[in-house]
Each structure stands twice: as structure tokens, then as C-alpha cells.
Design a protein around this ligand. Structure first.
Ligand SMILES: NC(=O)c1ccc[n+]([C@@H]2O[C@H](COP(=O)([O-])OP(=O)(O)OC[C@H]3O[C@@H](n4cnc5c(N)ncnc54)[C@H](O)[C@@H]3O)[C@@H](O)[C@H]2O)c1
Length: 255
């Protein structure tokens, strides 16, 4: 039997990259998928692709920074699709300005990155929590190598702070929700080739080389590399796993 049969899975940022791959992978394992993205068109296209492959998928426009909208979408999903049992908090952005850049940019980066990457995770979790608790659900948050360290390849302190925060939030939720049968884990992707880093890969191939040279598996990741671990954490295969982060980084953090 498919590993996620009878589940309804919400994936944020599902219109692109890692979120899109997870949504398709979950659909292949029999889950009904709810794709949420600020980019309504991309989410709708990804949902159509899943339906074309005989999967079940619905998309809704959502900016994860808007708390009231998260609550409204959760109500719509409950009414139109049903009770959600898997939530993947994946929506995120990255910028590469340090703390000593122009003031306006530094402040702007801080506000946007924390609002999307960290408060967004809180907002969507909070909105779907009643359903997840009722259904003994699973939450999977997308962290990073930067849930542990800052990278010297250009990156912003806001991004590192947001991803450390995602891991902290994962642990806090796992501790509190375990008694309800809700499991909460994170995935820490390494350098994954997605639209998020398309520009930097094109303009600065040296930077990609720095990552790859440090990676024992000797290559960049693909969105599909995240799918198996994401299925594992959503399924009964991980029935006794909670509060963990599964690194999917080609071994980057080991050296
Ligand atoms: N690509 C990598 O190397 C890498 C490494 C570590 C962690 N991550 C994390 O993985 C996640 C997915 O990244 P990706 O590489 O697939 O990026 P991506 O840019 O391909 O996809 C991100 C998606 O999030 C959506 N999004 C952005 N802001 C949003 C908002 N306010 N509300 C709702 N949706 C919003 C975008 O429209 C897009 O569809 C992010 O949390 C990112 O930080 C990526």
C-alpha cells in the first residue's frame, strides 16, 4: 500500500523547488495534496501537474506572513478538502546581504526573512493545529545547514537566525504536542538546485563550487533528493521519530 494513503497533506511554497517536489512525491504515495503559495499561478500549475498524473490536489493562494489569511485558508481547506494530517512548512526566501550593508537593505532583509521563514512557519502551524492535533498529525519544517551554523559564502544573518529559529520551534512543538500523538521534525537541506539560488549559480559558479568541494557526496542536491526523507517523516516509517532534524546535505555538515 502507498505510504500516505488516507492523508491530507498541506505544503507551503509548493509552487516551486523543494515544496513542489515534496507535493508530487506525497501525491505518488497516495496523499491528497493542498498546495499553498503566494504565487497562485505556480501553485495552480503544480496542482494541475499532480492531477494530470492521477493524483489528488487543490491549490490556494496564501502569503504565510498574513496570519488572518492563514486562518481563513485553514477553514477553506477543512470545508473543501477535509481534515489535514500532514503539514510541511517549506515556504521561504534567501538573501545574501551581510549586517554591514546599506541600512535600508539590512533592515528590509531582516523584516522579510523573519516574517516569511520563521513567523510564517508559526502562522501556518497555528492555523492548522486544531486539525493536526485531532488527527494525530505530522509536521515537517524545512530548516537548513544554517539551522546550526552561519555560512561564510555570502548569506544574511537574518537567514541564519530564521533557520536556527525553525529548529528551535520544531523542538518546542515536538515537546508540547507529543502527548497528542503529533510528531514534529525538520529537514535540513544542503545546497539544492532550485529557483531560490538560480541567479547566484549563474552569476557566481565559484560559490557553487565552494559548496560542492565541501560536500562528501561531491554534487549539489536536486529537489527530488528531499522527497524520500520527507515521505519518511510523514509516514509510519518514522512512528518513533520526533523533535529531530534529518540533514539532506550530501554530508556537508560532517566535515
Ligand atoms: N535550495 C536550497 O539550497 C535550500 C537549502 C536549505 C534550505 N532551503 C529551504 O527550502 C525551502 C524551499 O526553498 P526552494 O529552494 O525550494 O525555493 P524556491 O524559491 O524554489 O521556492 C520557494 C517557494 O516559496 C514561495 N513563497 C515565498 N514567499 C512566500 C510567502 N510569503 N508565502 C507563501 N509562499 C511563499 C515562493 O513563491 C516559492 O514558490 C525554503 O524554506 C528554503 O529556505 C533551500
Amino acid at each position: 500500500m502507498a505510504l500516505l494513503q488516507n492523508h491530507i497533506a498541506v505544503v507551503t511554497g509548493a509552487g516551486s523547488g523543494i515544496g513542489r517536489a515534496i507535493a508530487s512525491g506525497y501525491a505518488r504515495e497516495g496523499a491528497r495534496i493542498v498546495l499553498l503559495d503566494i504565487n497562485e499561478k505556480a501553485a495552480a500549475e503544480a496542482a494541475r501537474e499532480i492531477r494530470d498524473g492521477n493524483g489528488s490536489a487543490e491549490s490556494f493562494a496564501l502569503d504565510v506572513t498574513r496570519r488572518e489569511d492563514c486562518i481563513a485558508v485553514a477553514k477553506q481547506v477543512a470545508a473543501k478538502v477535509g481534515p489535514v494530517s500532514i503539514l510541511v512548512n517549506n515556504a521561504g526566501i534567501a538573501r545574501r546581504n551581510g549586517m554591514t550593508g546599506a541600512d535600508a537593505a539590512v533592515i528590509n532583509d531582516w523584516e522579510d526573512i523573519i516574517a516569511i521563514n520563521l513567523t510564517g512557519v508559526f502562522n501556518v502551524t497555528h492555523a492548522f493545529l486544531p486539525a493536526l492535533r485531532a488527527g494525530k498529525g505530522r509536521i515537517i519544517n524545512i530548516g537548513s545547514i544554517q539551522s546550526f551554523v552561519h555560512l561564510r559564502t555570502p548569506s544574511s544573518p537574518a537567514y541564519t537566525a530564521s533557520k536556527h529559529g525553525v529548529l528551535g520551534f520544531t523542538k518546542a512543538l515536538a515537546a508540547e504536542l507529543g502527548k497528542d500523538g503529533v510528531r514534529v521534525n525538520a529537514i535540513g537541506p544542503g545546497f539544492i538546485e532550485t529557483p531560490l539560488n538560480e541567479k547566484v549559480r549563474a552569476s557566481n559558479p565559484e560559490l557553487a563550487k565552494v559548496f560542492i568541494d565541501h560536500t562528501p557526496l561531491g554534487r549539489a542536491g536536486k529537489p527530488e533528493d528531499i522527497v524520500g526523507p520527507a515521505i519518511f517523516l510523514a509516514s509510519e516509517l518514522s512512528a518513533y521519530v520526533s523533535g529531530s532534524i534529518v540533514m539532506v546535505d550530501g554530508g556537508y555538515r560532517t566535515i
